[in-house]
Design a protein. Structure first.
Length: 293
């Protein structure tokens, strides 16, 4: 049985940890509110812009001729992984890495064995996880979540777009956590490049819209495509940011509850140890008194 001092030290240590996890939960809750507001405001705009891009690209010669719409034989793949820079958020980062590995195994197993699947990581944990698994991390963007802005994400989007346009990669896929609620994050895998045409266009799905272009179709489409791609990646990063805070809030809440349960057990052990020590001292005193008598 542990000594009273050892149990007392453990109680102090667990109490300190509980205070830290409780504070981290409160910080995550405050950040979550702002992140949730940002993604709720972004979703309708990103969705509508994506629909417009898909419709225009599938029904326009300019969209089809864009370097970002060229469909090529897939010989080299780039995966954009959106994770966090820090841990202590449960399985948030692990789930993205597992989804990436499953996606590679299901679609690019042969290319992966040839070393033709590489990673662009937004977030430190994704870069570390894929490096440990033997994948080359082409680029890693860290610190974006410290002061999250469109300008910071734009650089990563432009890098991926440039590498696809110059033929360095034939396919670019995006994997991230989509925010549903505080306790639930959904892993999404989306085709980033080449631009996916609208499968419902002219096939009984959404109506075939005839857009009027001003000043001209070529200029509008050439400006719309890069902007839409950057917005698509920015939305994924906002989704991941809100998901991270939700996951960290949930993880810290569970850690606080676990610390409370552990404190109950430790206090019970402490009281039992203390009672045993007192009983032992009483028996020694009684035994000494009888010996003197």
């Amino acid at each position: 049985m542990a000594s009273l001092k050892e149990v007392r030290n453990r109680i102090v240590s667990v109490s300190s940890t509980q205070q830290i996890t409780r504070a981290m939960k409160m910080v995550a809750a405050a950040k979550l509110r702002r992140a949730q507001d940002n993604i709720i405001q972004m979703r309708p705009y990103a969705q509508k812009l994506g629909e417009m891009l898909a419709t225009v690209s599938s029904g326009s010669e300019t969209g089809s001729d864009s370097p970002f719409g060229q469909t090529r034989s897939v010989e080299k793949v780039l995966l954009i992984l959106v994770t966090s820079d820090r841990g202590l958020c449960g399985a948030f980062n692990t789930n993205v890495i597992k989804a990436a590995m499953a996606h590679i195994e299901a679609n690019y197993a042969d290319l992966a064995r040839q070393g033709k699947v590489e990673v662009l990581a937004i977030g430190k944990k994704g870069a570390e996880g894929m490096t440990r698994r033997g994948f080359k991390v082409n680029a890693a963007y860290q610190g974006i979540f410290t002061q999250l802005s469109f300008v910071a994400v734009k650089e990563a989007a432009e890098a991926a777009m440039a590498m696809f346009a110059n033929g360095q990669y034939d396919r670019v896929d995006l994997i991230f956590n989509e925010f549903k609620n505080v306790a639930t994050q959904i892993i999404r895998t989306e085709q980033f490049l080449p631009i996916a045409s609208d499968p419902a266009n002219g096939q009984g799905g959404r109506p075939n819209i005839n857009y009027t272009f001003e000043p001209d179709e070529e200029q509008i489409v050439n400006e719309l495509i890069p902007k839409s791609l950057k917005i698509q990646l920015y939305r994924a990063v906002l989704e991941s940011n809100a998901s991270e805070h939700g996951a960290r809030m949930t993880a810290m809440d569970k850690a606080t509850d676990n610390a409370q349960e552990l404190l109950k057990d430790l206090r019970l052990v402490y009281n039992r140890t203390r009672q045993a020590a007192i009983t032992k001292e009483i028996l020694e005193i009684v035994g000494g008194a009888e010996a003197l008598a």
